[in-house]
Design a protein around this ligand. Sequence first.
Ligand SMILES: [Zn+2]
Length: 345
Amino acid sequence: MKSLLIVSAFVIVGSCAETKYSTKIENLENSVNIQDSELILEYSNSINAADLKSRLAIFASEEFQGRGTGKEGQKKATDYLRNFYKSKAIAPAVNDSTYYQTISADFLPEGIGASENVLAYIKGSEKPEEVLIISGHLDHLGIENDSIHFGADDNGSGSMAITEIAEAFKIAELKGHSPKRSVLFLHLTAEEIGLQGSKFYVENPIFKLNKTIANLNIDMIGRVDEIHEKNPDYIYIIGADRISKELEYISYKTNEAFTNLELDYKYNAENDKNRYYYRSDHYNFAQQNIPVIFYFNGEHPDYHKPTDTPEKINYPLLAKRTKLIFATAWQLANRTDFLTHNEEI
Ligand SMILES: [Zn+2]
């Protein structure tokens, strides 16, 4: 998640993009049915705290040097992700030949070296040209003031969650349960320096944007904020109702059926002073009228500090939140219809 200081220039743009709201949404409640419950339970079993912990121990290690965009540590992180997908035989998404979408230095702010998004996907069995995007940024702040900013929560947690979700979809595919739509696992670079990786993707999409059913963006889901210290089974849901109220219903009902976390909508308020809706990669998808959900645990004292380290992550909770996102992704990838946008109601 990028800091509020850098985002201030975006706020002006953001406030122009007022969302269209409709009050005629009652009919949508009947259109949302939870499907494939047994399959979801079966395949979500592969998502576990031990995997997340062992992967994050590497991804947020000293060796990866805080994954600063364009730096050696970030290249190690992209290598790590590529090797993960290769090892699981999860296909590359760019021209079917490479896992990288290379962003030249010209595209990025001055002084930043070329960088890469990492993309892998599971091909849809019925509508392969339609896609659900599960995204999270792989970069962090690198080294600042001679200190490695490890970024275990921001966003090692989301990055590793995506690998677990991808693995679950792959196991399902191998057992004959491919999703109807394609599912793209999109690891974005250069988020901390202004959402550049997602900006590049929407300008150079691999799947047509109008065939993209939704974007589930994960940025910081491994910790507990002060407000929830006594009831840590929660997740903030941001943006889910802004473009498609139907998406919010699916999210709500999926959680009710599988994970029963407290879905906290506090930061979804249009007047939220933290402006979180504008501060991670989903925002660039929302700007393209693609329905989004931003999954977020809120801030904590280690946010953007060298002390955001792996041993502070709550791994069982990270696994539970990851299962929620997997189950929601399954619903979206397998439903018959595209999501109804609020403007169509
Ligand atoms: Zn951040």
